[in-house]
Design a protein around this ligand. Structure first.
Ligand SMILES: Cc1cc2nc3c(=O)[nH]c(=O)nc-3n(C[C@H](O)[C@H](O)[C@H](O)COP(=O)(O)O)c2cc1C
Length: 380
């Protein structure tokens, strides 16, 4: 009975972890002159977030004087590849995308040539006037996104059963539009809003399913044009499994965030017990302390992932690692022990994993651990 209970608890925890890992963060990226596209964007975002745990962030490509749009944050080209999917929205201009959206997309050449959006899901919605050329316009939008190698998610005939057929509606199989210039009906119409929300829901599912599948994203870091793979793909490829979160065993938090810095301190806890406990040279060998150091660093990374809402791609840099080892007074090879943590960090984060470091010996460490690590990471 007890075993069954433990099995159920483990299953529950595993499912919770999987759900956490698959929460997509989707950028809803718009240009809007009069607010029609923004109204659709809010419905799309609502649909995205209706899928449990997903996050939708609305941003615009150009600052606006329109009081309805003024407070929407501006996007940067550099951040585009940090999302799990992008929902693009713009007004229809002559059966095409709007000038401001077109200008913004023309700045993404660097992303294109570095394949940084390749394999990322994308969807399109648009606000039209009469609706002349609305489907052409969505398709024209797709052209640019296809050149980026994005996965274009169409909308099919979603919502066809529910929409009000007594008035013209902007739904198209490629994506929702709104027919703003039809008089006497508030636009987006309730049906257009519904289809936009449904499109967001569907897109969220696709983004969740694709999260972590994209193997190569070349992400620009604050330090320049640097190639970086998706961290989930790296963990998978290198067979690195992060443990369940350790429990705090005192009056402290597992991590503390101040601005863009995250601070984490850990000992060699594994499955609720100290792994390879004791003093080096008396109870444990150098090899055992190195193993304990790796276990400790894996705990640090599991906590870091949790602190970042499940997304280690948000790590900008490992700033510093400090290691203390339970050694005899005469011991001097602390650096070799600490390499177990440093190597793991660089193995996962590449150049961004390189850090400054301090190591020292200690007469004793909490719970008899042979090692303790303090880590500082800079994050987005
Ligand atoms: C230069 C320009 C071209 C336009 N071309 C079209 C068009 O081809 N088809 C259409 O239905 N509406 C067209 N419109 C109307 C806009 O798509 C419409 O006003 C839209 O709702 C604006 O979106 P917003 O409210 O997000 O600014 C055009 C508007 C402008 C300014």
């Amino acid at each position: 009975m007890k075993q069954m209970f433990m099995l159920l608890v483990s299953l529950h925890l595993a499912l919770m972890t999987m759900a956490q890992e698959n929460k997509p963060t989707v950028l809803v990226l718009i240009h809007s002159d009069n607010g029609g596209t923004y109204e659709l964007a809010k419905e799309v975002a609502k649909g995205i977030e209706a899928e449990q745990g997903a996050v939708a962030i609305i941003k615009q490509v150009k600052a606006s004087d329109n009081p309805k749009l003024r407070s929407i944050p501006l996007v940067t080209v550099d951040e585009l590849d940090t999302y799990d999917g992008i929902a693009f929205g713009s007004p229809v201009y002559f059966g095409n995308i709007s000038t401001a959206m077109s200008d913004f997309l023309s700045k993404t050449v660097d992303l294109w040539t570095n394949h940084r959006l390749e394999g990322m899901p994308a969807m399109v919605f648009m606000s039209a006037g009469s609706g002349a050329g609305n489907e052409l316009a969505v398709q024209a939008f797709w052209n640019t996104l296809a050149v980026h190698g994005m996965i274009l998610v169409s909308n099919g005939i979603r919502g066809a059963e529910q929409i009000d057929r007594d008035i013209p509606q902007g739904n198209t199989v490629l994506g929702t539009t709104s027919l703003a210039s039809h008089k006497g009906v508030e636009r987006p119409s309730p049906s257009e809003r519904l289809v936009a929300e449904m499109q967001g829901r569907n897109f969220s599912k696709v983004a969740a399913a694709m999260k972590g599948v994209r193997t190569v994203t070349t992400k620009k870091t604050s330090e320049g044009n640097q190639q970086q793979m998706d961290i989930n793909a790296i963990l998978q490829k290198k067979n690195i499994v992060l443990p369940e979160l350790p429990k705090a065993v005192g009056n402290y938090e597992l991590f503390s965030r101040s601005g863009n810095l995250i601070f984490i301190n850990q000992v060699a806890l594994k499955d609720g017990k100290i792994f390879n406990a004791g003093k080096l040279g008396i109870d444990v060998s150098e090899e055992q302390v190195k193993e304990a150091t790796r276990v400790t660093m894996l705990n640090v990374l599991a906590i870091l992932r949790d602190a970042l809402g499940g997304d280690l791609n948000r790590v900008e840099k490992c700033v510093q690692l400090i290691g203390a080892f339970n050694t005899l007074e005469t011991y001097t090879q602390h650096a070799a022990l600490m390499n177990a943590a440093s190597d793991l960090t660089v193995d996962i984060f590449g150049e961004n994993g390189k850090h400054t470091r301090n190591t020292s010996g200690a007469a004793s460490l909490p719970l008899g651990s042979s090692v303790s690590i303090q880590a500082i990471f800079e994050v987005q």
